[in-house]
Write a protein that binds this ligand. Structure first.
Ligand SMILES: Cc1cc2nc3c(=O)[nH]c(=O)nc-3n(C[C@H](O)[C@H](O)[C@H](O)COP(=O)(O)O)c2cc1C
Length: 188
């Protein structure tokens, strides 16, 4: 965390598709964040499927980049879609790669989770799975507010703007809470 009080956040979205509601939600988080928070969005689209034999030869460049981005950030925000009641393979795969030693970069990192899904539960089940991984990896997941954007296809306009006022307020609060949480965890 910088002396100026700025908080740097890395956004990681678990969907790769162009029209992803979760990426739209992440963009809403960027629009609604406090002024002293900066958000960079990670590109996890080029990360290969995890293979311990490949890992033994060293981290592939997209993984190395992600690990460095995680290590350099004050906090993380995950945009977590739900596939078959769990987090997407894309997100889990990126987390699995980044989590390998040495210097596991998630350890001690404050993080927040948002999610959008077609179902009514708004990716709740996936988010709880992700929270479990966060705990194992020694992150400090923010408890509240939960941002569960259900029936996502009804919540964004054609330009990808989040139109739901309840969700917008929750995301605004979450980003403010994440910044405070990062300062607390970082002892600043
Ligand atoms: C393989 C697959 C499984 C899915 N499983 C669920 C699910 O368990 N719960 C749910 O609410 N939506 C489910 N969906 C629908 C997704 O919520 C929807 O496709 C959503 O738009 C994905 O997020 P994205 O827009 O960020 O890509 C599933 C979609 C796919 C492709």
């Amino acid at each position: 965390m910088s002396d100026t009080g700025a908080v740097s956040v890395l956004g990681i979205c678990g969907s790769l598709r162009r029209g992803s509601y979760n990426m739209m939600a992440l963009r809403a988080a960027i629009a609604l964040k406090p002024a002293h928070v900066t958000v960079t969005v990670a590109d996890i689209s080029q990360i290969p499927l995890y293979d311990e034999d490949v890992r033994a030869q060293g981290f592939p460049p997209p993984v190395e980049t992600l690990r460095q981005q995680i290590a350099a950030s004050d906090a993380l925000v995950f945009a977590c879609p739900e596939y078959n009641y769990s987090m997407t393979g894309v997100l889990k795969n990126a987390i699995d790669w980044a989590s390998r030693p040495p210097d596991q970069p998630f350890a001690g990192k404050p993080c927040a989770i948002i999610g959008a899904a077609a179902g009514m539960a708004g990716s709740a089940r996936a988010q709880y799975d992700l929270r479990r991984s966060c705990v194992f990896l020694d992150m400090h997941p923010l408890n509240k507010p939960e941002v569960l954007i259900g029936q996502a296809h009804t919540k964004f306009d054609a330009d990808g703007n989040l139109m739901d006022e309840v969700a917008r307020n929750l995301i605004r609060d979450l980003m403010a809470n994440l910044a405070s949480w990062a300062r607390q965890i970082g002892n600043k």
